[in-house]
Design a protein around this ligand. Structure first.
Ligand SMILES: Cc1ncc(COP(=O)(O)O)c(C=O)c1O
Length: 407
């Protein structure tokens, strides 16, 4: 029987608020149905690895969406320990949460709508992104009302076809920013863009976008803008496109130890940060022919022993992992048997199983023999990003490898 128990003495759990003295508390997985172990030492190591790959650039740790499901504050702090000098999030609320928890690292947030709390952002010393003149106007108004100068990154759409100013709109945005700079309400500190195909290393748009970006930078500089940082590299570009590193790289997924380029054999020395485990809630015998779970999507053809795993789609286990979600249980790899339900699914442990209620099942992690988040992505036709980010709010995150520990 393969039990990997997070209550081993060499693991610790910290307060998810990030405030507790990490490494001080004993881990508690006893009695938990499902939990995610978040290895902060692996995260720190990944940040160091990425910094070494882009030695002339600063690193912005992308921690949006609760740090891809890993925990916003804990991850931001670990990333800073690993050498990140910037932190990036998509939404104002995420940025406010980081500042209000005491994070003083340079912080950029990039998605806003009219009426967003720009004053709250400026007050908290948060860098803001603008893709259109109206954003600059709202930022400038907020900054003026506070008697402050807001720091802004102008975003160019160089071919992603999503955020950013495209084509002639870039010229308008730059000129608008210059006028506001002269008025003293904003200062442009960053110029940036985002790739469409960085995860396809040979795709021709990668170099084309880079060229367009550096043209956009040149135009802004000719107009009098003096950016502190020019940035365009996500994880894939950080790993495989050194010519895109510029002043700052913005990795997300690679920091979490998952590759954005699974087709490339190299693991780049990254260590998976999240391990998702559960305990069997019930073990019982079922006869051949007894269908399992809703719809009887799995029917054992021999008398067998099944285990009930108390994790379901409310916890982030994809419903389309029915019959295909990979597992490690009793030291062997198997798959989910039957339909994934809201709170639970079943595993066919086989006729000779010695498993008992309370035994640990690993859904994914990074240790030898464990399925990976990439295996789950492959099995359910998605990307590893979604597998970790979709983890439900009710799944406790148990932090290991934080400061104060030898890991
Ligand atoms: C603007 C921006 N930069 C960087 C990233 C990080 O991307 P990745 O997780 O692929 O490294 C993201 C994530 O989607 C993003 O939206």
């Amino acid at each position: 029987m393969s039990e990997i128990d997070a209550s081993d003495a060499d693991r610790t759990v910290t307060d998810p608020s990030g405030d507790a003295a990490a490494g001080s508390a004993a881990p508690q997985t006893h009695g938990l149905t499902v939990w995610a172990e978040i290895d902060l030492a692996a995260l720190e190591s990944n940040v160091r690895t990425l910094r070494a790959l882009a030695p002339s650039s600063e690193l912005m740790a992308v921690v949006k969406a609760d740090a891809y499901g890993h925990g916003l504050l804990q991850v931001a702090r670990a990333a800073v320990r690993g050498g990140a000098t910037w932190v990036g999030v998509a939404q104002f609320g995420e940025a406010f949460a980081l500042r209000d928890a005491g994070l003083t690292t340079r912080l950029l947030t990039w998605l806003s709508v009219p009426g967003a709390d720009f004053a709250g952002a400026v007050e908290r010393d948060i860098d803001l992104s603008a893709s259109a003149p109206w954003v600059l106007d709202e930022i400038a108004a907020a900054a003026s009302s506070l008697g402050r100068t807001a720091r802004v990154h102008l975003k160019a759409d160089t071919g992603l076809g999503r955020g950013g100013a495209y084509g002639a709109d870039w010229t308008t945005l730059v000129q608008h920013a210059r006028r506001l700079e002269e008025g003293g309400s904003v200062t442009v500190v960053g110029l940036w863009t985002h790739f469409a195909h960085a995860d396809s290393p040979e795709h021709p748009t990668v170099l084309a976008q880079q060229e367009r970006f550096f043209e956009a930078v040149a135009e802004a500089e000719q107009a009098g803008i003096r950016p502190e940082v020019r940035h365009l590299a996500n994880s894939a570009a950080t790993l495989v496109h050194p010519s895109a590193h510029a002043d700052l790289v913005r990795p997300g997924i690679a920091m979490y130890g998952l590759t954005p380029v699974p087709q490339v054999e190299d693991d780049f020395g990254l260590r998976p940060v999240m391990t998702l485990r559960a305990r069997l809630a019930l073990v019982k015998a079922l006869p051949a022919g007894q269908g399992i779970s809703y719809g009887h999507a799995y029917v054992p053809d021999v008398d067998t022993v099944v285990g009930l795993v108390p994790a379901g789609y409310a916890d982030g286990v994809p419903r389309n992992a029915t019959n295909v979600g990979p597992l490690l249980v009793e030291g062997r790899r198997t798959t989910i048997a039957g339909r994934v339900c809201m709170d639970q699914f079943v595993v066919d442990l086989g006729p000779g199983s010695q498993a008992r209620a309370g035994d640990v099942v690993t859904l994914f992690g990074g240790a030898p023999g464990e399925p990976t988040a990439q295996d789950w992505a492959d099995a359910t036709d998605t990307i590893s990003y979604e597998i970790v980010t979709r983890l439900g709010a009710r799944v406790p995150r148990l932090y290991v490898g934080g400061p104060g520990e030898d890991a």
